[in-house]
Design a protein. Sequence first.
Length: 417
Amino acid sequence: MILNSVTTLALTEMLGLPVFDTTGARCGRVHEMALQPQEDRNHVSLMIVRTKSGDRILPFTAVSGINGEIRAATTAASWPLSDGSEGLFLARDLLDQQIIDVFGRKVVRVNDVDMHQEPHCEHPILKVGSVDVGARGAIRRLLKGVVPAGALRTLLSRIPARSIPWEFVDVVETDPARRVKLKISNERLAKLHPADIADIIEELAPSERSAVFETLDEGLAAEALEEIHPKVQKSIVESLESERAAEIVEEMDPDAAADLLADLTEQHSSDILQEMAPEERKEMVELLEFGENTAAGRMNTDYLSLDLNATAHDAVETLRRFEGGVETVSTIYLTDSSGTLAGAVPLAKLVLASPDTPLLSLTQEPLISCTEKAREKEVAELFDKYNLVTMPVVNHHKKLIGVITSDDVISMLRAQL
């Protein structure tokens, strides 16, 4: 298929497309797409096709067409088997990974990858154009295959893009553990504020980590600390003065901060709490009382909540401003004037609704929730019984105080293995 204008394709739209070889036989589905940065950091070099005989490598030079499906100019039998080391895999090595936005001076998470199909070419050529770090990419991934494609495109068109041009992302390399690293030259590094390299703190020596955290402002330090492995978190906080540690902990999400303080010695945790502002200290003490093995200890306080009288238009506007993670946008919760949980609206229903539709008419029944003191076993059982993606957590007054996501439950179950 030859196009006369640039076509933008999202990685998550490409994944799962059926693949046909030159005989016209359907051979499998697109499982991955890869770059080979050492040769060309921009152009997609190959696809990994999942077939009945295993994952096979389809060079992009052998792709003859892309139009809701992939057409190859060679037979499937000629495609070699993949061992997973063919290059930078866009889904495996980029999606949900943290990168540094050199242009915007902050750490962000990749929700999707946008690619451009170059026009006037005999064979398709895909070039990575940008990485999507906003709600649009997150919603596209959540609703792919759940709602009609046309309705999804309509919703996505109403949500502004938040993307980083690929040219502003330094060449990405991966280590054997498949963690994303950034290759930054000394010259480029010298021009960056320390906050720009917060995401690679884990790769620094312990002495360098504490030195960098001393230079970051509290907000950026907190954001970086939440993304770091718990053992490294503990090491960093233990290297800081209690006053400085308190300034950073105050800026963290309460559940993440409580988990961190719970990992410290009782004396060190107490010293940090004493340095915190009274309101933040009170909230933290309450969370610490619940303990890590309760719903309150696992919940996320970054969620979407609207008044009972809100409409679908209000929800879309809230989505436009939301900067939370992909796992928290699947459900919008409704509360009354006192904050009491009153309903839950799945994102899929919102997509199909007209702007003036009351959210209350879209609520999902039954409304499943748990109390703040619910134990991990009860939380896991509720997720399993009702096939939940998120579950609201309420206090003894039935007021919404947080949500637990399926990611939280998976992490909880993995910790028990």
